[in-house]
Design a binder for this molecule. Sequence first.
Ligand code: FES
Length: 91
Amino acid sequence: MTVTRLLDQDRPAIAFTVDGEEIGARQGDTLLTAILAAGLGAVRLSEFGDGPRAGFCWMGACQDCWVVVEGRGPRRACTTLAEPGMVVARR
Ligand code: FES
């Protein structure tokens, strides 16, 4: 899944790392939005099948978007704001 940014394209640019790859985002993006807008395709793989996951509810209710943020542990990508220099691992 890819997200296309249509609004707020003038917010300041930031960069952070996902699985060792630096990606660009906009200040105020959630990790989920930033990862999908960067074209990474999925936020994680399902524990129950072989399908890539791109979140389900996008509002912190379903737990379909867990990522691991260095120094903070597991976080929901849909409710965690991307920060400059953040180091994120998808499962
Ligand atoms: S997409 Fe449902 S909790 Fe993040």
